[in-house]
Design a protein around this ligand. Structure first.
Ligand code: NDP
Ligand code: OXD
Length: 315
């Protein structure tokens, strides 16, 4: 039975990485699928709609990413277990991204860079670390790793999730009822939510209005937004309006409603906005190949799969 790599723009890399680790496996890269009935396991990222349905003997889908919205977009997704990618390589990169962006804004770097362009030497006040309240929306695998790293700088850490949690060093909030109190106590909003029907468009003007707006001195000049979750979580016109109107002081976006971000998007021009090309946590080819093969081996030896997605909640 064969393994298929499908849908990614890194098909060749994953193909070679999988063959390097498991030379005896029958690995195929889309569209060179051979006999579709021989495909048993798929490593997928943004496959075309209906493409996975064609493999009648498919038993497992492994997502190249931690996010699986690219699979649930497909109304014809086969009813087989889906495993999402969870790996120290990805987690470390995301922690680095979130720490980088948080420090950048807390240290008021967009203003300092603007001063450099105009050759100005002005001292800008900064909050004490203990005065900065970081709120992490989505306190799962990535959110918790970021909480640990950011807590190390002395920031206060709040976390918001769907189910109730108790996490050392994190003031935990859960569910819709807790969203407003969570936002009211947040200076830097780090978003690591999955994109699901429940989270679509959640980063909008109403939410920004609830972010910490009082008692800020000597806190930051205003709330900061960092979204490395998914572009579908955000309403970009609202982000721009919030940056221009002052309900957001600064933002970093790694993900966008439409990717790649179009060259004529007004987002590019905002000086308080850091734009990165969905590269917060690009994972190594070999790590992904090894993870794919590990799940297959677990299935073949009757062990439980890791990081199984719940199709009812979509993540
Ligand atoms: P997890 O599933 O471990 O964590 C998701 C968190 O979001 C959980 O805490 C979950 O709550 C919470 N959540 C989900 N739905 C809701 C909701 N409706 N209301 C409140 N909380 C909710 O995922 P990861 O941490 O591994 O990854 C998170 C996301 O990061 C991915 O889905 C992906 O979109 C994105 N990502 C982006 C990357 C990039 O390069 N930009 C790289 C990797 C991931 P609960 O704990 O109760 O289940
Ligand atoms: C992911 C991503 O979900 O890279 O892993 O976006």
């Amino acid at each position: 039975m064969a393994l298929l790599i499908i849908g990614s723009d890194r098909l060749d890399n994953f193909y070679h990485a999988t063959k390097d680790v498991a030379p005896d496996r029958d690995v195929r890269a889309f569209p060179d699928i051979g006999n579709p009935s021989e495909i048993k396991y798929a490593l997928a990222w943004k496959a075309d709609e209906g493409a996975l349905k064609k493999f009648e003997n498919l038993e497992l889908i492994v997502s190249v990413g931690a996010g699986v919205d690219h699979l649930f977009n497909d109304p014809n997704l086969p009813d087989v277990p889906i495993v999402r990618y969870v790996d120290p390589d990805l987690t470390t990169r995301m922690v680095q991204y979130v720490v980088l962006q948080t420090l950048f804004h807390v240290r008021r770097m967009t203003e300092i860079q603007a001063q450099q362009r105009t050759r100005e030497w002005n001292f800008l006040a900064e909050p004490l670390p203990s005065e900065v309240r970081v709120g992490i929306m989505g306190i799962g695998v990535l959110g918790q790793a970021c909480a640990t790293a950011l807590g190390g700088f002395g920031y206060q850490i709040n976390g918001w999730s769907r189910s109730e949690k108790s996490i050392d060093g994190v003031n935990c909030f859960a569910g819709d009822a807790d969203l407003e109190p969570f936002l009211n106590q947040t200076d830097v909003l780090v978003v690591l939510l999955p994109f699901t029907p429940a989270t679509k468009g959640i980063l909008n003007r109403d939410l920004f209005a609830k972010l910490s707006t009082s008692g800020r001195q000597p806190r930051l000049p205003g709330p900061v937004l960092i979204n490395a979750g998914r572009g579908g979580l955000q309403v970009e016109t609202d982000i721009l309006a919030a940056l221009e109107g002052g309900s957001l002081y600064a933002a970093s976006l790694d993900v966008f409603e439409t990717e790649p971000l179009s060259a004529d998007s007004p987002l590019w021009a905002n000086e308080r906005l850091v734009i990165t090309p969905h590269n917060a946590a690009e994972s190594a080819d070999e790590s992904i190949a090894r993870y794919f093969l590990r799940q297959i081996e677990r299935l073949e030896t009757g062990k439980l799969l890791e990081n199984i997605v719940d199709p009812k909640v979509g993540y």
